[in-house]
Design a protein around this ligand. Sequence first.
Ligand code: SF4
Length: 251
Amino acid sequence: MIYLVEHFFSIQGEGRYIGVPSIFLRFGGCNLRCPGFGQYEVEGEIVSGCDTIRAVDMAHFKKSWQRIDMLGSLTEIIEKYLEPLGYLPDIVLTGGEPMIYAEDTVFYALIEWLLERKFRITIETNATLAPPFEAYPAYRDVTFAMAVKLSNSGEPKERRVIPGVIRRLANEANGAFFKFTLDKDLIAGSGAREIDEICRVFTNEIYCMPLGDHIEQLRENAPDVAAFCLANGYRYSDRLHVRLWNREEKR
Ligand code: SF4
């Protein structure tokens, strides 16, 4: 049994496939909390945590959490988006942390169904949970966008950086890449050292994005992140959806 929080059709806003038309399925639940990523007022209460808090905090957002027990509930959603299109968009499975469902029957059936139909699948993950590739080999044909959390997430290092998991995703899946979120303070402090340490395991494409779930914050951090990428040889990734639509949900 899995929880779907929302679905939408938009452009990919971040990372390797930035700009590519994509159907997004956002699943609820995460094994981390990332208290460093902001505070929000929800129903008069201050909650802290990630920039997709609605996909992590079931207690406050349970109205939008849809329990999914059958593959058909998900394929029906995808087929509706496809109806007016004459092409296959990308599929992005995001969260929350989708890999908490890696061994779920419905979730894995979705991966197989999508691959049979030749979709390119990206799973956006915090890279702390690897699927058992031997028992679930379809994950080898998925791209993992590994958004390993840095110290600005507020999570202790031993929870957010699991080198064995990063190594498995990097070596066993189809073209994993890194995606880090940085702000000015982290760049001025330990950002370069933290990324260097994490990427010793795997040095493929490394994207750095500005912290910013709204346009002002994005603008504030972006120039420093761009300069940081130039200085260190990393790839700058913007957050196009925030540039275009600011805080609108389902974008
Ligand atoms: S790992 Fe990602 S989804 Fe999970 S709490 Fe942190 S920012 Fe949110």
